[in-house]
Design a protein around this ligand. Structure first.
Ligand code: G3H
Ligand code: 13P
Ligand code: ZN
Length: 316
C-alpha cells in the first residue's frame, strides 16, 4: 500500500528512522519488498533521476505497482531522490509519487529558498510532500561533485529560517556524511552536536540523513577478493542510526550498500561459475541476499516490527 511520506514520518518521529532505499531494477525491487515484509518494516522506495532514465521512468512505476500487488501487506512511500526543479514537477504531475526531493543545495541560500518554495507550492496543491536540502554533503551526486574539504555542514539557524520561508516538509541536513563508498578518509564521523542544535530550533520537524551507507568491511573484502578494487572504502556506523532518530532524523538514505551487495554477489558467482551465462541463478541469489541485507538494515534503523503499528495509524 502506497502512503504519504508524511504519515510514515509521523509514526516514526523521535522513535526510529524509516529506511529510504534506492531502486533501479526488478531484482532490487523484489529484494526490497521481501526484506521489508520479512522484517515487518514500513519503508520509502526512492528513485533518482539516473534511475528514471536507466530504462524508462514508467518501467519503475510499473514494477512498483506490481510489487504492491505481489506484497499486499507492504506499506511504503514513493519518493524522488535528489530532484531538480523540472523532474520534481514531472513527478508531482505523475500522480504516482508520494513525495519529491528538491535538491538546490548547491545554489546560494536565497536561490535555494526561491526554488524550493516554488516546488513546495506546486507539490502541496496536489497533496505531495517535499524534502529539501540545506548544506552540502561531500561525494558525488548526479549533478554535483563536492570534495570532502568543501562539504558544508548545515547551519542550524539557517535551517530554521529555510524551513519557515520555504514551507518544506522535511529537511536533508549535512552532518558529516557523504554519498558513495568512500565517506571518511580519517576518523571523522557524524556531527550529532549540529543535529541537536537543529532539533532544538525545529522541534518535531522531520530531518533526513543522506549518505548513510555503512560500507560493511566484510562486504568490501569479499568484493576485493573476487577481483574488485575498492581499497579504502568506509561508511557510517549503523549503530548510530537510533541516536540520530532520537534527534529527529526520520528518514535515512541507503543506496551504496545495496550496490555493494549486488557487486559481491555477481563477482563471487561468476568467479565460481566461469562457465555460466544465465542471468537467473545469480539474480535469484542477489534478490535473496538483498532481502537479508534490507531486513538487517531495518533492525539498525529500528523500523523493524513497526508495520502493524503503522497500519493502524494510517487507518487502512
Ligand atoms: O545520492 C544519490 C543516490 O545514491 C542515487 O544515485 O544518482 O547514481 O542513481 P544515482
Ligand atoms: P549512500 O551513497 O551512502 O548510500 O547515500 C545514498 C543517498 O543519500 C541517496 O540519496
Ligand atoms: Zn542523497
Amino acid at each position: 500500500m502506497i502512503v504519504t511520506t508524511k504519515e510514515l514520518f509521523k509514526a516514526a518521529y523521535g522513535k526510529y528512522a524509516i529506511g529510504a532505499y534506492n531502486i533501479n531494477n526488478l531484482e532490487q525491487t523484489m529484494g526490497l519488498f521481501r526484506g521489508c515484509i520479512d522484517s515487518q518494516a514500513p519503508f520509502i522506495i526512492q528513485i533518482s533521476k539516473g534511475a528514471r532514465s536507466y530504462t524508462h521512468k514508467l518501467m519503475l512505476e510499473g514494477l512498483i505497482r506490481s510489487a504492491d500487488q505481489v506484497f499486499p501487506d507492504a506499506i511504503f512511500a514513493v519518493h524522488l531522490d535528489h530532484g531538480d526543479e523540472e523532474t520534481c514537477y514531472d513527478c508531482i504531475n505523475s500522480g504516482f509519487y508520494s513525495s519529491v526531493m528538491i535538491d538546490a543545495s548547491a545554489d546560494p541560500f536565497e536561490k535555494n529558498i526561491e526554488i524550493t518554495k516554488r516546488v513546495v507550492e506546486a507539490a502541496h496543491k496536489k497533496g505531495i510532500v517535499v524534502e529539501a536540502e540545506l548544506g552540502q554533503l561531500g561525494g558525488v551526486e548526479e549533478h554535483v561533485q563536492v570534495d570532502e574539504a568543501n562539504a558544508k555542514l548545515t547551519d542550524p539557524a539557517q535551517a530554521k529560517e529555510f524551513v519557515e520561508r520555504t514551507g518544506c516538509d522535511s529537511l536533508a541536513c549535512a552532518i558529516g556524511t557523504s554519498h558513495g563508498a568512500f565517506k571518511f578518509s580519517g576518523s571523522q564521523g557524524l556531527h550529532f552536536d549540529v543535529l541537536e542544535r537543529i532539533q532544538k530550533l525545529l522541534p518535531g520537524f522531520p530531518l533526513v540523513m543522506h549518505g548513510s551507507s555503512s560500507v560493511p568491511q566484510d562486504e568490501v573484502a569479499r568484493i576485493n577478493a573476487a577481483g574488485g578494487n575498492l581499497a579504502g572504502a568506509k561508511g557510517v556506523d549503523p549503530t548510530q542510526f537510533k541516536h540520530a532518530a532520537e534527534l529527529g532524523v526520520t528518514k535515512i538514505n541507503i543506496d551504496t550498500d545495496g550496490r555493494l551487495v549486488w557487486t559481491r554477489v555477481h563477482r563471487e558467482y561468476f568467479l565460481a561459475h566461469p562457465e555460466n551465462f544465465d542471468l537467473r541463478p545469480v539474480g535469484k541469489i542477489f534478490m535473496s541476499e538483498y532481502a537479508k541485507f534490507i531486513a538487517e538494515k531495518n533492525a539498525y534503523l529500528g523500523s523493524n516490527n513497526q508495520l502493524e503499528v503503522v497500519r493502524k495509524l494510517v487507518g487502512k
